[in-house]
Design a protein around this ligand. Structure first.
Ligand code: SAH
Ligand code: SF4
Ligand code: F3S
Length: 448
């Protein structure tokens, strides 16, 4: 009888982590493991962690607490914790002390070494920690893509911005752009395998190329990718407002495959707080920038991230953020309670707000943004939009779900399986979070 080892993987955090998990899957599958959705069945459990706020870190502790009993029943079970939390030496040591049954703690830089580390962990005497900040090229590592028609494509790793609240530069290292040819070759291969939408990933995609020889820019990369035949949609995230070039706006405007959506985190509408956050733009500069984007690209969608309750945020600072929301009119904004992160500059700032103050502000902010999102969606009524069909809606196979080029979720009724296809839909009903549409006649073969 052939015994197959099984692995169970949980991913916390952002899209970059989701992509890293696709690499982890491919690496462990190459070692002979097959995926399971049941931790009780697994011979290898991996948690790919996020350290951006306290909440995802607490989740790791609660998951590990649950997995402890599995180890008692199955002594050969390997439990590993990877990702951003593991990359921080002090967090790694804390995990090792608190959960001594952990076999392996591996940081974001350790991906190329993962197979060896797992093999070693099988014979370990004590928890193995690999939090080394080593810049080994990740190029050529295998990827087990989760989707069939949409794929992540990292273009730049790391971040040099050091926003005062943010842990990412510490856990992802300095900016490293991938070679442009490697990206284009990978994109072509993905398209040849049937992927029609690619999302380019980076903590700040606008920095792409700055560390490469020659005149390589993110706009230039997008323009090249726009030439790939068979590719239908190109998305990208995240853009830092301080260095979004006019060239990029023009490229998005002119590149017919490049989706009209910018995720452009503003974080705060108060100049004083923006300065303390080390964001390196003012509220006026931000508002000017998005006005140019809106003028140049009609129908463009803008989304943002906002931190509420940064140390020293006064009621006036907060009201400046609310005012910015009213002026910017984002399609959607993701708002977070400020969470102090060890070793960051802001961790040394004195917090001036209670949790209750922060939560009240978050609620007020969300009320304003929800109203704006709803109003923007209402303006889409009766429009005909292109959707990439993602699949059946949860709990109702007769309803299909897709996304517009502007990344809005639309549900529509259809009995045919159109998953992975581009269709045209007329918006018949609008809500705060999604839209309802009606499938249009298939006038063009492309949409069947
Ligand atoms: N590189 C991206 C995203 C980084 S993390 C960018 O520059 O925008 C995603 C979001 O988490 C950030 O935009 C910010 O809004 C939020 N965030 C980061 N650190 C945080 C902290 N310490 N507390 C609360 N929110 C935080
Ligand atoms: Fe963090 Fe700022 Fe870098 Fe974004 S740009 S990852 S918020 S340091
Ligand atoms: Fe992403 Fe969280 Fe790491 S947001 S980069 S997984 S700290």
């Amino acid at each position: 009888m052939i015994v197959t080892n099984k692995y169970y993987l949980i991913t916390l955090g952002c899209q970059m982590n989701e992509h890293d998990s696709e690499v982890i899957c491919a690496l462990v599958e190459n070692m002979g493991y097959i995926a399971t959705t049941m931790p009780e069945e697994a011979d290898l459990i991996i948690i790919n962690t996020c350290a951006v706020r306290k909440k995802p870190e607490d989740k790791v502790a609660s998951l590990l607490g649950k997995f402890a009993s599995l180890k008692t029943n199955k002594p050969n079970l390997i439990i590993a914790v990877g990702g951003c939390m593991s990359q921080q030496e002090d967090a790694a040591k804390y995990l090792k002390n608190r959960f001594p049954y952990l076999d392996l703690i591996f940081g974001t830089h350790a991906l190329p070494r993962l197979p060896e580390l797992i093999s070693e962990a099988g014979n370990r005497k004590e928890t193995i920690i690999d939090s080394e900040e080593s810049y080994i090229d990740r190029e050529g590592l295998p990827v087990a893509h989760r989707g069939r028609f949409k794929a992540w494509l990292p273009v730049i790793y790391g971040c040099n911005n050091y926003c005062s609240y943010c842990i990412v530069p510490y856990v992802r290292g300095r900016e490293r752009s991938r070679n442009i040819n490697d990206i284009i070759v990978e994109a072509r291969k993905l398209v040849a395998r049937g992927f029609i939408e690619l999302t380019l990933l980076g903590q700040n995609v606008n920095s792409y190329g700055k560390d490469l020889p020659g005149q390589v820019t993110f706009a230039g990369l997008l323009a090249e990718l726009n030439q790939i035949e068979g590719l239908e949609r190109i998305r990208f995230m995240t853009s830092h407002p301080k260095d979004l070039s006019h060239d990029l706006i023009e490229t998005v405007k002119n590149g017919e495959k490049i989706c009209e959506h910018f995720h452009l985190p503003v974080q705060s509408g108060s100049d004083r707080i923006l300065k303390a956050m080390n964001r390196r733009y003012t509220r006026e500069q931000y508002l000017d920038l998005i006005n140019i984007i809106k003028e140049e690209i009609p129908g463009v969608a803008l989304t943002s991230d906002i931190i509420v309750g940064f140390p020293g945020e006064s009621e006036d600072d907060f009201l400046a953020t609310i005012d910015l929301l009213e002026k910017a009119r984002f399609d959607n904004a993701f708002s977070f309670l400020y969470s102090p992160r060890r070793n960051t500059a802001a961790a040394g700032f004195t917090e001036t707000l209670t949790r209750k103050d922060k939560e009240d502000r978050l609620q007020r902010l969300n009320d304003v943004q929800n109203r704006i999102s709803k109003e923007i969606n209402e303006s889409l009524a009766d429009q005909i939009v292109e959707l990439l069909v993602e699949g059946e809606s949860k709990g109702n196979p007769e309803i299909l779900t897709g996304r517009t080029r502007t990344n809005k979720l639309v549900h529509f009724k259809n009995s045919e399986n159109l998953t992975g296809k581009l269709v045209q839909v007329k918006i018949t009903e609008t809500r705060t979070w999604n839209l309802i549409g009606e499938l249009q006649l298939k006038l063009d073969n492309k949409y069947v």
